[in-house]
Design a protein around this ligand. Structure first.
Ligand code: BGC
Length: 728
């Protein structure tokens, strides 16, 4: 086990402080409240949202360790940056006046940038970042998110989501880096490194929080916060490694799975939270509960017989901080449990040690005001340009018959469909509000797809559609206009949603969208299908009839311009799918399926496979070779390959290296991604790429639930080439 390193100077300070703390102060450290507990109602509408007596009560009488969210639930929304700075300053100054001057750690869900700060740079969501296959962009997103969070005076980011997205119905799929373990581990780690740097106490760096440990993303019925049934091997093969990678990358906090696995709620799971997280993964930071989830062990899960028992179960399982968030019940109950000895003070000391450790590591004790200025650190031109590049590299060209794309800038275009003229549908949740659905709040200078197309062309561009997802499109008008234009851009997909509000019964598209598509196809005009949304909604029949298909997912604030950049060929698309795009609603076979899933009549036959993505140029990979034909057990191997741009224009190509263990004592996936790199090549240019596959790449969880490598043959696949080696 590689434990996260400890700094002795910090450990000494933590112990010195802990020894001065009363039980009340300790239990307070473990308490996190929503900011609405200490604000006036509708605090979002006033300059100074605090109810000072409530804030004093929280800090001086309840000693709270943490506050979250934007003012004020349930109407919380993005706030001006100066307001954030003064709000967090008010808290900081008040904490300075508390007996031990312990700073409060303020957290928000800055999941694609500083969600709740007006004008922040909001990136493509994680599913899109995954489609970039570009670690450098993920690193930069982390840098920018941290900087803008810190410029807002905020301390802590509840991001990245390290859950693996293997259930396409799940309404949080878009918050994940997709279905592959290696890709998610690698991009999530890059994000963390950008966000925290080498020194998480630096002025422009901030701590991350891995979510939602563990198994949350795999609800059997696809609905958010419903049970997963994950056997130990599956847990260790698919769901733990990304968290392990995040811990290695230095994430100091982890949020707990809000649902349950194998009948045990995340917040009651001692084996996951303590035996594995601490004992095996060496995590030294603190865990925070998810929203209200401790009390839910009583109210929802019926695991505890009372709220008091719920607190005991969660704390004893290994939850260090409770996102209560609306009252001090956790504080009162835990205090009582500690006084009666039902929760040993040693367990409380352990939790508080971890919380204080992170507060020291991240420089909170030195911070007397926001660490950095707004100017030069917030919404800079450079950050917007990187955001645009990320959006461009995250949009997947899935089909392009007869080279309909790129479109001529002189073409006359009808733009229609429910996602054509809204910014919210390209941003998704946690954009300015929790649900991201308040279109009025979106910045006026950002362009929807329709407006971006209009701005780029000299041809006639017409838009037909209700301006909201719910409103039905006037199909007759759309058809009439289609007849008068050269080409139709048909923008379908989803509205925005976050968490349980995004639960659906089917992946099929809503009926009005299907009707619109059918009517447009009947005109015989060439159609470019564009989709936006957080999940792969079924588009099979529409995609068959469309001449081109471009999958936008949630490309963020620059999504409209980035999509137009691709449609008109100002940018050559380079994204690849980080998920298998299903052909049918129940066609949930993932790319790294077991042999039995593609045996006899079974098939892996998605509409578009994992890794699919076209370009306006062509690439060829040749000369795949290995450093050795045979290696010893425990050794790594080097893979080399040449990639050539055989087309006529410059393009970027993500080269994906897959491995297959030919025979093993536990069935192995037909192939698994083990390495990747993205390169830019001019027309005719060739580059040789080398990849190190470490021994762990050949490992799996054996019959005894331990990671092992077995001798025998392995295949390495890149493009349509395959080579083999043996492990002796
Ligand atoms: C979500 C978390 C989020 C938390 C705080 C919860 O409902 O599940 O992902 O970090 O709220 O906003």
């Amino acid at each position: 086990m590689n434990a996260q390193p400890l700094d002795h100077a910090i450990e000494d300070k933590v112990q010195a402080l802990l020894s001065q703390m009363t039980l009340e102060e300790k239990v307070g450290q473990m308490t996190q409240i929503d900011v609405s507990v200490v604000t006036v109602p509708n605090g979002q509408d006033v300059d100074q949202p605090f109810d000072m007596s409530k804030l004093e009560d929280a800090l001086f009488n309840h000693h709270v360790g943490s506050i979250l969210n934007a003012p004020s639930t349930p109407n919380n929304r993005a706030q001006p940056i100066e307001k954030w700075r003064s709000m967090t300053q008010t808290i900081r100054s008040m904490a300075e006046k508390s007996r031990l001057k312990i700073p409060v750690i303020y957290g928000v869900d800055a999941i694609h940038g500083a969600t709740y700060t007006d004008q922040s740079v909001l990136f493509p969501q994680a599913i899109n970042m995954a489609a970039t296959f570009n670690r450098d962009l993920s690193f930069k997103e982390g840098e920018i998110a941290a900087r803008e969070v810190k410029a807002s005076g905020i301390d802590w980011n509840f991001s990245p989501v390290m859950d693996i997205g293997r259930q396409p119905l799940w309404p949080r799929l878009w918050e994940t880096y997709g279905e592959d373990v290696h890709l998610a581990s690698s991009l999530g780690s890059a994000f963390i490194q950008g966000h925290q740097g080498d020194d998480a106490s630096a002025a422009d760096k901030a701590p991350t929080c891995l979510k939602h440990y563990v198994g949350y993303s795999f609800p059997i019925n696809g609905k958010d916060r419903t049970p997963a049934w994950i056997g130990e091997r599956m847990l260790r093969e698919y769901f733990l490694p990304s968290f392990e990678a995040g811990i290695k990358a230095g994430a100091p906090t982890i949020m707990v799975n809000s649902a349950e696995v194998d009948g045990i709620p995340g917040h009651a799971n001692y084996q996951y939270l303590t035996t594995i997280l601490r004992g095996e993964l060496g995590f030294t930071g603190f865990t925070v509960s998810d929203w209200e989830d401790i009390i839910r062990l009583y109210t929802r899960d019926k695991l505890a017989a009372s709220p008091r028992e719920a607190v005991k179960i969660a704390v004893m399982a290994g939850v260090d901080m409770s996102m209560v968030p609306f009252n001090f019940s956790f504080y009162d109950l835990l205090l009582d449990l500690a006084r009666s000895g039902e929760v040993p003070v040693s367990r409380i000391d352990e939790a508080v040690t971890r919380i204080l450790r992170v507060k020291y590591q991240t420089g909170l004790f030195q911070r007397t005001e926001p660490d950095i200025a707004v100017a030069g650190h917030f919404a800079t031109k450079e950050a917007v340009a990187i955001n645009r590049q990320a959006a461009q590299e995250s949009i997947v060209l899935a089909k392009n018959d007869q080279h309909l794309l790129p479109l001529s800038k002189k073409a006359s275009i009808l733009v229609t469909g429910p996602t054509a003229n809204l910014l919210s549908v390209m941003n998704g949740g946690w954009t300015l509000t929790w649900q991201g659905d308040n279109e009025q709040l979106y910045p006026k200078d950002k362009l929807t797809l329709f407006k971006a197309i209009q701005q780029k062309t000299s041809g006639k561009v017409t838009y037909v559609g209700g301006n909201s997802y719910q409103e039905e499109i006037n199909i007759e008008q759309a058809v009439n206009e289609a007849r008068k234009h050269d080409v139709v851009v048909l923008a379908l997909g989803e509205n925005t949603y976050t968490e349980t509000s995004g639960n659906i019964e089917t992946l099929n598209l809503p009926f009005p969208q299907l009707q619109l598509a059918k009517a447009i196809f009947a005109t015989g005009k060439p159609v470019v299908l564009v989709t936006f949304g957080g999940r792969p909604r079924i588009i099979t029949e529409i995609a068959e009839q469309a001449n081109a298909v471009v999958l936008g997912f949630l490309p963020g604030m620059e999504g409209g311009v980035a999509m137009a950049d691709i449609l008109f060929g100002d940018v050559n698309p380079s994204a690849k799918l980080p998920i298998s795009y299903p052909r049918n609603t129940n066609d949930i076979v993932l790319y790294d399926h077991k042999p039995i899933e593609s045996y006899e009549t079974n098939q892996y036959k998605p509409l578009y496979p994992f890794g699919h993505g076209l370009s306006y140029t062509q690439f060829e990979t040749t000369g795949l070779r290995l450093s050795h034909e045979q290696i010893k057990l425990g050794e790594g191997i080097e893979v080399s390959v040449e990639v050539k741009n055989t087309g006529k224009i410059t393009g970027k190509e993500a080269v994906l290296v897959y491995l297959n263990d030919v025979a093993a004592s536990v069935t192995r996936p037909s192939k698994q991604l083990k390495a990747y790199a993205k390169v830019e090549l001019k027309a005719g240019e060739t580059q040789t790429l080398s990849f190190e596959l470490p021994a762990e790449a050949m490992s799996f969880i054996g019959v005894d639930m331990k990671r092992r490598i077995e001798p025998g043959e392995f295949k390495v696949m890149v493009g349509n080439q395959t080579v083999s080696f043996t492990v002796n």
